[in-house]
Design a protein around this ligand. Structure first.
Ligand code: PNS
Length: 158
């Protein structure tokens, strides 16, 4: 079984995340989308809400499982017998941070990190910017799944 993990906060999932998850699902037998439980970071959606959204928008892929983790990602990988992490690179600005993390993760555990170039049609997206736009009345239709769009509007403007 060739398995990879796509980790992240997913607060909430965007079409940029889905681009990477969907393409990874065509390359691997199973993709585990792992939501970080981070009590230090204030989030808009609870971990359970984020998991539900992810499950709903990835079910069509057929080989995507959604889970949560806390602590070190490499410990989760070892425990789940996942040999590699897939990350999307949007721009050069992602690179320094991602390279350091990939090197540290490999040094700690020999878990590999594989980078996928994010599709140019979604490479400008981030969950933070999406939340900001919705909060101030902007339109994010087409940038997040419809379900996420409706939940964002309800939570931020409701
Ligand atoms: O969507 P994000 O917030 O950019 O995702 C970051 C994430 C979850 C991939 C990263 O913060 C992470 O792996 N955190 C777990 C803690 C960990 O393993 N830290 C050591 C990295 S060298």
């Amino acid at each position: 079984m060739r398995r990879v993990v796509c980790p992240g906060s997913f607060d909430p999932v965007t079409n940029g995340h889905l681009d990477i998850i969907g393409r990874a699902s065509r390359q691997y037998d199973e993709v585990v989308v792992a939501v970080l439980i981070n009590i230090e970071k204030k989030s808009l959606f609870t971990v359970e809400e984020r998991i539900e959204m992810l499950q709903s928008v990835t079910k069509e892929y057929g080989n995507v499982r959604v889970d949560k983790f806390h602590g070190l990602l490499v410990d989760y990988c070892k425990q789940q017998e996942i040999p590699a992490i897939v990350k999307g690179l949007r721009a050069i600005s992602d690179f320094d941070y991602e390279l350091q993390m990939a090197q540290l993760n490999y040094r700690m555990s020999e878990v590999e990190t594989l980078f996928m170039a994010t599709g140019p049609e979604v490479s400008f997206l981030s969950s933070s910017r999406i939340k900001e736009i919705v909060r101030y009345g902007g339109d994010v239709a087409g940038l997040v799944p419809d379900l996420v769009h409706d939940l964002l509007v309800e939570r931020l403007r409701g």
